[in-house]
Each structure stands twice: as C-alpha cells, then as structure tokens.
Ligand binder design. Structure first.
Ligand code: AMP
Length: 422
C-alpha cells in the first residue's frame, strides 16, 4: 500500500534539524526580551475577513495565496498568512492598549500561504514576528531595525543588507498614485496581465512583480520616495539619522514597497545575496492606520517578520557543524552491569546531565558504535569485573583517552568533568 506523504510545501522538521531551530528561537527570545518585547500566542486560524480587511483585497496574499475554508458552522476562516493582523485583532479585542506605555509584542510560529513551493518558499513556513504599539517616534523605527540586525547577526549570520524606504502617508501616497497611474497608462499593454490588472486596482503593487520585463519597464517609473510630504520626509530623515547614530548599516532602496496594503512611512527588508531568488530574510514597516481600521483606538504601530526557514538555510551554509553538548553514553556489559547502568543513567539525568544507554544488551563493539553515532562526548563502560571492583571506565571520545573512576562517586566525577573542572 502506498504510504501517506506530507502536504506539498509543508515540511517536517526532523530531529537532526531541530537543534538549529531551537538555537534560532532561543537567540530570538533572548534579544527580543532584552529590548522589552513580551510574547503573545494567537490561534493559527482567524476569520477570513480579518486578513481581507487588513492585508488588502488586491494583494497577492489575499487574492491567490490564502488557505481559506468554510468550517462546519459555515464560517469563512483562513489559516494565518502572517502574524500582524492576528496580533492587532488580539490587541483590539482584549484592550491591550494602555494610556501611557507603549506595548512591544512578539510571536513565533507557523504561517500559511498557498504559493508555488521552491527553495526558500513553502506553504507552511515559520516567522519570528515583532510589533510595537503606541508610538510614532522615529526612534522606534530605528531601534527596531537595529534590533533586527542584531538578532540576525546574533544567530551567526553575516553579510546581510538592510534596505529601507518610506511609503509616505495615505495623503502623499494618493498624489503619487495618480502620477504612477499616468506613467503605467502611458506604457500601454507592455506590462504582464497581472500588472495590467494591478494598474487599475492597486498600482503600487506593480513593484512586487517578479516578471523581468515588468521590472525593466519600471526602471524609469516615478518613485514614491521623491513624492512624500514634508512630515513624512522629516520622519524618514530622523530614522536614518538614528540608524547612523546606532551604527546600523543600511541602504535606501526606493523599490521596497512590501506586499501588504497596511504599510505606510518606514518600510524595510533584510536581504542576503546567498539565498538565490528568495533573498529576503525578513521585512516590515509602519502601519499607523491599521489598529483604527480594525476597530481599535488610533494608535501608531510598527512591526517586522523574519522567515525562519531562510535564516536557518543561511546558518547551515555558514556553519556546517553545530557543536553538540557533550552527552554521556553508558555501555553496560552483562545483565548485572546493565541493571546498574540503568540506575546510573537516571541518576546522571537527575543531576542535569544528558545521558543515554543501550537497553538491549548488545556487544561492546556495537554499543561503542552507537555511542559514536549519538555524538556522545563521553562513554562510561561497566563490565562484570568493574562492577565487582566498584569501578567504571571513562572514555573521552574527543581526546580518545581512557581512565578509571570509582563507581561510588561517578555521578559527582561526571558533574565535575562536564563543568570543565577536570
Ligand atoms: P513578508 O511579510 O511576506 O515579507 O514575509 C516576511 C519574511 O517571511 C520573508 O522575508 C521571508 O523570509 C519569510 N517568508 C514569507 N513567505 C514565505 C514562504 N512562502 N516560505 C518561506 N518563507 C517565507
């Protein structure tokens, strides 16, 4: 009978991969909490309307990538394609806003988009997401991008570029839209079908188009950054100034429009040239009007999301081998030694050490092979003779040395060895 496979574009994260994920998650939590972010966990499914209203009807995500379905009550639901809308919904629903303080939140988890799967692009993928509510200060824009760079570099990735842009506010964008529409109209039907449609519904989205011909046509397009109003320009200048003061390197890229409608003013993306065509590791921006549009108070907000699959791909390219904590493997030879080994392995674990044993009574050779494969740093060997003499052999797998320890205080000895005291 044919076995059942996972859904296309949805990946298992197998045990030998999980360490990388844990390492990235741990580092992300450490950095985010140092900057004052608190974790929030929202459901993976929401009312479909939430995403349609926030991300925008005429965006790629809502138009063609949503995992939308009707549940048994007839409600239209969707698996979340990103985290911001859900966090804003939760923020509004639970009245998380306070009068004075700003609120910094983060979420780590799976997102779902029905895209064409390829390297770095999946249908279930994972994001580290950060949001700040309650301030329009350019300091926060800069602090966020500074933190994003620190987080990515802190995980162990180098050679990234932070691209920044401003999308202006709805007022200055309106004037620009008309200019862009005129430009696009003047090109007649040279653009692809999608762009021709975007031209009418949501002209800014043409910049998202991946078709080379369209990108070439856009070379001479008017750029929003040249049309923003005085307030938006001052905000952007202040953000750049703070970034410079923080020593965070960036490049202004007027083509960063982002694929979602709710963004305004500062937008940004972190790119790596080692990822091929799916080269964005993370991105984000301001979305001052969204909380109000979703029924909440009129608070300013800004956020970003990092794609964990891409982050881990880069990490694995840079660091072929990840060091494993030195574990202990106990090889018991014969029935009584094996029973003693069983108690010893629990005692070692009880004292916080990573320990494993052979439960099957195999030969020394096969147990040593298994210990080697498991990546254990130390093997404790207990045979009949050692047991009678209340001794145990310790083999250091890296140094390839062997010594004899007293069986009575082997746990204490291993604690000292593991802490580097010996
Ligand atoms: P976005 O908000 O769409 O820019 O997504 C933020 C980040 O999530 C991107 O920079 C990617 O690293 C990651 N990402 C988005 N879509 C996918 C996907 N389909 N597969 C894997 N990672 C993704």
């Amino acid at each position: 009978m044919q076995s059942i496979q996972a859904v296309r574009g949805m990946n298992d994260i197998l045990p030998d991969q999980v360490r990388w994920w844990q390492r990235v998650e741990n580092k992300a939590r450490e950095v985010l909490e140092r900057f004052g972010y608190r974790e929030i966990r929202t459901p993976v499914a929401e009312k479909l309307e939430l995403f349609a209203r926030s991300i925008g009807q005429s965006t790629d995500i809502v138009e063609k990538e949503m995992y939308a379905f009707q549940d048994r009550n007839g409600d239209m639901l969707a698996l979340r394609p990103e985290a911001t809308a859900s966090i804003v919904r939760s923020y509004v629903q639970h009245g998380l806003q306070t009068d004075s303080a700003i609120l910094k939140l983060y979420q780590i988890g799976p997102m779902f988009r029905h895209e064409r799967p390829q390297k770095g692009r999946y249908r279930q993928f994972h994001q580290i997401d950060a949001e700040v509510f309650g301030t329009d200060s350019p300091m926060i824009d800069a602090e966020m991008m500074h933190m994003l760079s620190l987080l990515i570099e802190g995980v162990g990735i180098s050679g990234i570029v932070l691209n920044i842009n401003t999308l202006g506010c709805p007022q200055c964008r309106q004037a620009y839209r008309e200019t862009l529409k005129d430009f696009l109209a003047a090109k007649g039907d040279e653009f692809c079908q999608d762009c021709m449609r975007r031209r009418e519904t949501n002209p800014l989205r043409v910049f998202d188009c991946k078709v080379e011909k369209c990108q070439a046509l856009l070379e001479s397009a008017p750029m929003l950054i040249d049309y923003v109003c005085e307030d938006c320009r001052a905000h952007f200048d202040a953000v750049k100034d703070y970034l410079e003061k923080l020593g965070t390197r960036y490049a202004v890229n007027p083509r960063i429009v982002r694929g979602l409608d709710y963004y305004m003013r500062t937008t940004f993306e972190v790119i790596s040239d080692r990822l091929g065509s799916q080269n964005a590791i993370g991105g984000g921006g301001r979305y001052n009007g969204l909380v109000r549009d979703l029924g909440g108070p009129d608070v300013a907000a800004i956020g970003f999301a990092i794609g964990m699959e891409r982050l881990i791909m880069l990490l694995q390219q840079e660091q072929q081998d990840m060091e494993r904590a030195p574990g202990i493997f106990i090889a018991g030879l014969g029935e009584l030694p094996r029973q003693r080994a069983f108690l010893l392995v629990q005692q070692l674990r009880g004292r916080g050490l990573e320990a494993e044993m052979d439960y099957e009574g195999r030969s020394l050779k096969s147990q040593m092979r298994r210990a080697g494969k498991s990546g254990a740093g130390y093997v404790l060997i207990l045979g009949e003779e050692e047991l009678m003499g209340r001794q145990i052999q310790l083999r250091d797998m890296q140094a390839k040395t062997q010594m004899v320890l007293s069986l009575d205080d082997v746990v204490e000895s291993m604690l000292r060895i593991a802490s580097g005291a010996i």
